[in-house]
Design a binder for this molecule. Sequence first.
Ligand code: NAD
Ligand code: UDP
Length: 320
Amino acid sequence: MAHHGYNPRRRVLITGGAGFLGSHLTEKLLNNGQEVICADSLFTGTKDNFESFRDHPHFEFIRHDVTVPLQIEVDEIYNLACPASPIHYQHNPIHTVKTSVLGAINMLQLAKHLQCKILQASTSEVYGSPTVHPQPEEYWGNVNPIGPRSCYDEGKRCAETLFFDFHRQENIDIKLVRIFNTYGPRMHPDDGRVVSNFIVQALKGDPITIYGEGQQTRSFCYVDDLIDGFIRYMNLDSKETGPINLGNPGEFTIRELAEKILELTNSGSELVFKPLPKDDPQQRRPDITKAEAVLGWQPTIQLEDGLRKTIQDFETRLAQ
Ligand code: NAD
Ligand code: UDP
């Protein structure tokens, strides 16, 4: 536990705090009475995401790139810094690898110095294009080490290795979560992920771009459910290292998602079919048995309800 005077409030560092997930986590922790310091390079994140808590007295922002060491006194760390959408992480793949690998080393060294807990936002991409379905944590994955997605997938896999090596070698209290596709308000309108693309296209009346035949599947978790899982895990009174899958086991084809969004937006957009990107996983669904057993967690928000809230947020932002 770090020492900082008589303040009983826990100080939390969130790297990537200006991003989609990071800003929701920040808001929730501030509402729970914690102090939050967001460190973010603003590569894909934006200060607009701070709108609802910018002036909160227990909120601070530091513009910082996690590839550079950071010295700060906190009680717990959530390491979320990393571009998450394929267009963004492929924009400068070398920097993506550095963000995952050097970022993990720098944050783990900080956790070692402070003797504090650290949660790592890993990803279902560590399973690659899975040959086991649904994916349990024991599955080692099927990942191409040299393809266009590798900077992200292998970067995150190496970060997992570092977390476990710091745990074994330095006795760091690590909490590793593997996040499956998550969506919700504040997603970047042009970050290229499927939920944001389809909603923006439907609201503008533009064609809905389905890659491939749209028969590939994904499981979509609403952001509030995911953040609840993060916080339960951080607050868990045990040294459970994970990895723990967090995601919604409801599985849909991309075509089904497109049709649902057209229906909920009352849009007349047409469906157009584009080439499937290289190494695009055919199917993905989390096995969340472990999250249920260890965290007492399971998602509560159905896809349709989550999509409604997300559509409403995009409607408001697109009208501005
Ligand atoms: P996001 O792009 O909205 O947020 C990432 C944040 O990290 C941004 O604010 C960005 O500016 C910041 N960042 C990037 N590189 C940085 C660097 N070198 N130094 C400091 N800050 C940096 O994405 P997100 O969806 O909020 O994802 C957050 C984390 O969760 C990422 O680590 C991502 O890999 C992981 N994740 C997300 C999903 C999902 O579906 N949203 C799924 C699996 C894993
Ligand atoms: N996708 C699509 N149209 C789009 C964007 C994505 O059909 O405009 C597909 C993409 O090929 C993939 C799925 O939707 O099969 C999820 O893509 P996303 O980039 O959101 O996440 P990831 O592939 O990382 O799971």
